[in-house]
Design a protein around this ligand. Structure first.
Ligand code: NAD
Ligand code: UDP
Length: 318
């Protein structure tokens, strides 16, 4: 297969590039490096089957030769990133999605959209299955991301209906692992960075809000299955084990052995109170389910962060 991965130098994208290359596929990564990092893909650059082109997908997108699949992972993804770049987030979800759909049409390729659990907003149905239409504030600070992804889903389905494009949509729930940025503001990377530095863990609200955390290797297996599948979805991809944010803080302290205190901060506006995926469809149609328990995934993630220059754990000075 020859696969275009937009957003391929980001956290999920770089793991996906690696997984596709490992099974013999050819990968063309497109990225504007706004939140992705060259270091994430530096070890792939010497491979003959890997190409990376700097490219903002909201402008013209061109690749040469045949293409079997276009995977759209390009978007700011952490609340800090997308609230800092609201217009770019909307443009990437709208114009960027259209440009990548057109690329798929020109090449007769399958198009796979990385959507998000945020399309469910602050859900009033729990847990969330794909038939739930969501509860999104269309003008709140998170709306630039949520509505861009909802529009991207609508556009993807419109291409399927009106142009017969072969498309697939996955709704990704909170995913964590090596190559998250230490300062991306997401909860797992933030708690690990704070715990390794002996700084207070910043829990928003009273920490009773829940999320369901999926380890990156599991998520990438799900994405790969969707690329290979003829299904349209949408399919939820995530780990259905739900944890309160304060439980996550305790777990990070346990795994790191840190004695950091916990500091309570105000809950951000429109922060969803709970989130857990129903994954029956992905189980049945993609034969996919997550395998890595949170404790094990956190251990692997902490090990990685402990080796990074920004968050390295130094032996105590004499
Ligand atoms: P990330 O920020 O690490 O990766 C996004 C990548 O897209 C980066 O490499 C960035 O430079 C690139 N990008 C952004 N705008 C671009 C543009 N206009 N043109 C070209 N490249 C652009 O985030 P991630 O966690 O790897 O997320 C990847 C995708 O998965 C995103 O679409 C995100 O919405 C979706 N997603 C992720 C999660 C998660 O928990 N990680 C959850 C739900 C959905
Ligand atoms: N959160 C927190 N402390 C932090 C960062 C995040 O308590 O330092 C909370 C955040 O308010 C949310 C949850 O952790 O309730 C998950 O946040 P994240 O930004 O990782 O993902 P999202 O809100 O997009 O699910």
């Amino acid at each position: 297969m020859r696969v275009v991965i937009a957003g391929g130098s980001g956290f999920l994208g770089s793991h996906l590039c690696e997984a596709m290359l490992a099974r013999g596929d050819t990968v063309w990564c497109l990225d504007d490096f706004s939140s992705g990092r060259a270091a994430n893909i530096a070890h792939l650059l010497h491979l003959p089957k890997f190409t990376c082109t700097p490219c903002d997908v909201t402008t013209r997108v061109r690749v040469f030769g045949h293409v079997d699949a276009v995977v759209h992972l390009a978007s700011p993804a952490s609340p800090e990133d997308y609230q800092r770049r609201p217009l770019q987030t909307l443009a990437t979800g709208s114009r960027g999605t259209e440009n990548l759909l057109e690329l798929a049409v020109r090449h007769g390729a399958r198009f796979v959209l990385a959507s998000t659990s945020e399309v469910y907003g602050d859900p009033q149905v729990h847990p969330q299955d794909e038939d739930y239409w969501g509860h999104v504030n269309p003008i709140g600070p998170r709306s630039v991301y949520d509505e861009a992804k909802r529009y991207a889903e609508a556009l993807t389905m419109a291409y399927r209906r009106s142009r017969g494009t072969d498309v697939g949509i996955v709704r990704i729930f909170n995913t964590y692992g090596p190559r998250m940025r230490a300062h991306d503001g997401r909860v797992v990377s933030t708690f690990i960075r704070q715990a390794l530095a002996g700084a207070a863990l910043t829990v928003h609200g009273d920490g009773s809000q829940t999320r369901s955390y999926c380890y990156v290797d599991d998520l990438v297996r799900g994405l790969t299955a969707m690329i290979d599948s003829p299904c349209t979805g949408p399919f939820n991809l995530g780990n259905p084990t739900e944890r309160k944010v304060r439980e996550l803080a305790e777990l990070v302290l346990l795994v790191t052995g840190s004695r950091s205190p916990v500091r309570l901060l105000p809950l951000p506006v429109d922060d969803p109170t709970r989130r857990r995926p129903v994954i029956t469809r992905a189980r049945e149609d993609l034969s996919w389910h997550p395998l890595v328990p949170l404790e094990e995934g956190l251990r692997r993630t902490v090990e990685w962060f402990a080796e990074q220059p920004e968050t390295r754990v130094r032996p105590p000075q004499r």
